[in-house]
Design a protein around this ligand. Structure first.
Ligand code: GLN
Length: 475
């Protein structure tokens, strides 16, 4: 099948009748089979996707197909898809079948998208390399000895290896933008509350965001337009109107004011080729008439501690529901109710998830609550205010999506702190609650993709998507 630059081009051929949804599903199914070793999928809905493709083909002929007719989508294993397995890549949810559709999933289906399968990820979305899955690591398609990033690694690889056109992931602390960078694709984390979290397995509720992977900004804009907006099942969703992102994403270029991280703040641990890609992009932006200035991001040293204190605190509370009674796995080694709870949780959760629950329980314990949890909440507020001060002067902040390109499988496994440090640039947008997008900007000396990130103020996705497309076209 020929390569399509955008989903709009696919739709054009579907309308003409030179392409069918069945062709599209078969094309992706072939790639899924050929690249099964990447371990990107936990389930593939072959028959179901083909049957649905036939239905959508019929609707296209009748002229009553939805906006996403022919869009083949994969879902990270944290999204509820009625009557399909949902496990958050954890043993503790063994055998669990989702009872309802997440709002985002329902909205995709309502517009005739075709769901092809469920993607591997880090257990409960905790991780930066997809090595924490109960189903084994996902491999990067560009170099199979390297990680795809995490936690939405399977979803990123599914798009990278053309196993679907779009995938949905979740971004609590960078889990869409960092794997997008490692895999050379586009990854959007919208403003917190832009997309309903109904049906998204909770990790850290005040950070969790559904995010979108695609090969181009136009496709991501289209999906956001469909899934964003108010939802009666999630009272935290914003009622800010959802713009028609697709009608502005290719609009004539405006001149922007862009801030970038000053030299001193970029220094430690940044891979030289990423720094060069950033400098190159800055020069191109300047030469095309944009104002680009260095800023100091206040409190950068507090991004990671703030994130890891608050995210683990929320995780320890959210994950208390997995007790062996209500969902999935139950240990048979318990001798009474209490030992059944304990054994279920010790056997069902991996070491990393247990580490997060322990950390979170510690920072919430009465003797340490003020020293850690409430202090981190205050710091979070200051980080948000300071970030918004930057947006009073600039349209965007430009920075790397990650300090390195895709690292080797096993490279950071021995030291969790080293793994957490890799999230430096990605957690900022989550701590501040603002939208961010990672776009591919060249490769390093070994041919591994480099991702740069643009961050904007609350609900400025329209501007963010337009600028992201412009920056992608500079390269
Ligand atoms: N790497 C981060 C963590 O482990 C991000 C996870 C995420 O965004 N889901 O918490």
């Amino acid at each position: 099948m020929r390569l399509f630059a955008t989903f709009r081009d696919i739709q054009h051929d579907l309308q003409k009748g030179t392409l069918s949804c069945i062709d599209l599903v078969q094309h992706h199914l072939t790639n899924i089979k050929d690249k099964a070793h990447l371990n990107a999928f936990l389930s593939v809905y072959e028959d179901e996707a083909l049957a649905r493709a036939a239905e959508v083909d019929h609707k296209i002929k009748q002229g009553n197909a939805g906006k996403l007719a022919g869009l083949v989508v994969a879902l990270k294993d944290v999204l509820s898809h009625a009557q399909h397995p949902l496990q958050a890549s954890s043993k503790i949810l063994d055998g669990f079948i989702a009872q309802y559709n997440a709002t985002a999933v329902q909205r995709l289906l309502d517009e005739d998208a075709i769901i092809i399968g469920r993607n591997n990820c880090d257990e409960f979305a905790m991780g930066s390399s997809n090595e924490n899955s109960a189903f084994g690591p996902v491999l990067n398609d560009i170099d199979n000895t390297r990680v795809p990033g995490g936690s939405s690694g399977g979803s990123a690889v599914a798009v990278q290896a053309d196993m679907c056109r779009i995938s949905l992931g979740s971004d609590t602390g960078g889990s869409v933008r960092q794997p997008a960078a490692f895999c050379g694709i586009v990854g959007l984390k919208p403003t917190y509350s832009r997309i309903s979290r109904y049906g998204l397995a909770a990790y850290a509720s005040s950070f969790d965001c559904i995010g979108i992977f695609g090969t181009c900004v136009e496709d991501v804009a289209l999906v956001l337009e469909v899934i964003a907006g108010p939802d009666e099942n999630d009272s935290t969703v914003s009622h800010t109107p959802v713009p028609a992102y697709t009608s502005t994403v290719s609009s004539p270029e405006k001149k922007y004011r862009i801030a970038y991280l000053s030299e001193s703040q970029l220094a430690g641990g940044l891979q030289p080729e990423i720094k060069n890609a950033l400098t190159d992009t800055i020069n191109k932006l300047r030469s095309t008439g944009h104002e680009v200035e260095a800023v100091e991001l206040p409190l950068i040293d507090f991004f990671l501690p703030t994130y890891y204190i608050l995210a683990t605190a929320e995780a320890s509370s959210n994950l208390s529901r997995y007790d062996g009674v209500r969902y999935g796995y139950r240990s048979t080694n318990g001798t009474d109710l209490h030992s059944m709870y304990k054994k279920t949780r010790s056997e069902g959760f991996s070491k990393e998830v247990q580490r997060r629950i322990l950390l979170g329980t510690f920072v919430l314990s009465s003797s340490y609550y003020d020293a850690y949890y409430s202090r981190a909440q205050k710091v979070r507020r200051i980080i948000r205010n300071k970030t918004k001060e930057i947006f009073a002067r600039y349209d965007f902040i430009l920075m790397p999506a990650s300090p390195t390109t895709a690292f080797k499988i096993g490279e950071h496994l021995a030291d969790p702190i080293e793994m957490y440090l890799a999230d430096l640039f990605s957690v900022h947008a989550n701590v501040a609650g603002v939208p961010g997008i990672s776009i591919p900007c060249g490769t390093d000396d070994q041919g591994l993709p480099i991702g740069l990130q643009l961050i904007a103020d609350d609900f400025e996705e329209e501007k963010l998507l337009t600028a992201a497309r412009m920056v992608m076209n500079l390269n």
